[in-house]
Design a protein around this ligand. Sequence first.
Ligand SMILES: *Cc1c(COP(=O)(O)O)cnc(C)c1O
Length: 475
Amino acid sequence: MPYLSTRDRRQPPERVPFDAVLRDGLAHDGGLYLPAEWPKLSAADLTALRGKSYAEIALRVTTPFLDGIVAPKQWEKMIAEAYADFDDPEIAPLKPLGDGFWLEELFHGPTLAFKDYALQLVGKLFEYVLEERRARVTIIGATSGDTGSAAIAGCSGAALVDIFMLYPKGRISEAQRRQMTTVAAENVHAIAIDGTFDDCQDLVKAMFADAPFRRDLNLSAVNSINWARIMAQIVYYVAAAVALGAPERKVGFTVPTGNFGNVFACQVARRMGVPISEIVIATNRNDILTRFFETGRMTMGTVEASLSPSMDIQVASNFERFYFELKHGDAGAVGEGVAAFRKTGTLPVTEAEWKTARDAFTAARVDDDGTLAEIKATHDATGIVLDPHSAIAVAAAKAKRRDPNLPMVALATAHPAKFPEAVKRAIGKLPEVPERLAQVMRLAERAPSLPNSLAAVEDYVRTYARAAQTAGAAS
Ligand SMILES: *Cc1c(COP(=O)(O)O)cnc(C)c1O
């Protein structure tokens, strides 16, 4: 299965192999990668997945996307390793909320948020591809919370990877910080920057733009636009649909959304043949996507802090993958549309495209009061304690389900113990702390701090990255 860039307007477009897609993340023309076609899961394929383990479903769902880069036996082993350390044997258990609503818990990985489901696997994939090529990479990234810790957990100890995560000093929660700074592996470097999250992101962009630095360090990223992450996320949609009666029975999903990555994975499951009849996009007050579905205009706003910080995003970068679909694969139109969005703050969408988008998705906004109210309501009714992101999904699912006979799955994307203050405000008590988080709160931290200066950060990375030492020795 080769890949294409959403902005490659050449005829025919270049067909890019999976390992390049994995390593580069972003295409060289600035576009995002998509498989040239969708592999299919037939009704018989779905029936055959009934009663299978998460790892077995992952193997079946992801193998066609690998383009033959990883041998099947090896891939099976990597999947088993990626999920071996999860703290629930079902990996992504479904819990009934009553009335046909379900919760799919995606917080049983090492950092207690759903990003582990992809990054554990992507970490293994990186290592494998690097070993094949006997290469080293330096992964750099900026994080405002869950991504950085999940990326670190996915890469810690990898012999050929060094990872540097920049986070804004004093602006992430203690649990989030500790999940990065208590990792003892020598290849892991979490760096506090005297600045905001945007400053961290600008530093990362500037390092990628510094060509000699990028080359010497063999820079790479595992940010949310990396196709391999989306690929790994398709699995839990297939697993839930099969558990709830697919292929005979249709199912709906409600996805608490920031960058549109997780929603797009759901859309891919649908394209592959999973009978998903409703997808609800749930946003917080940072509602660029909800406003788009309501008005047909995708217009940038300013980011405001909410109780669900991992959804505090105004530019949903993965939307470009769906935009490509809306434009019927016209890469020129995608490139022009995205350029116009940058320039004017509004993405050009026709009336017909808006209608197509509304047929595919429904959207709902849930503000902080609604979030707290849902944590309380769900707790009162079921005893289940939701984190703020998951509460937004549950509230949106209840508000927007069109067909009351449809099983509707709301995704629980983080463990409540990661957001104890919000939970306490909602139900008057703190959530239980899982053992792995309790441990993180006890371990010693290693937290270097640097000024908001490109020279200082590049200097630090050159000093500690092993790729730089190899490059130095060779030149
Ligand atoms: C990242 C994140 C989201 C948003 O996911 P997207 O793929 O960016 O839409 C939602 N909830 C939690 C807890 C997250 O960490």
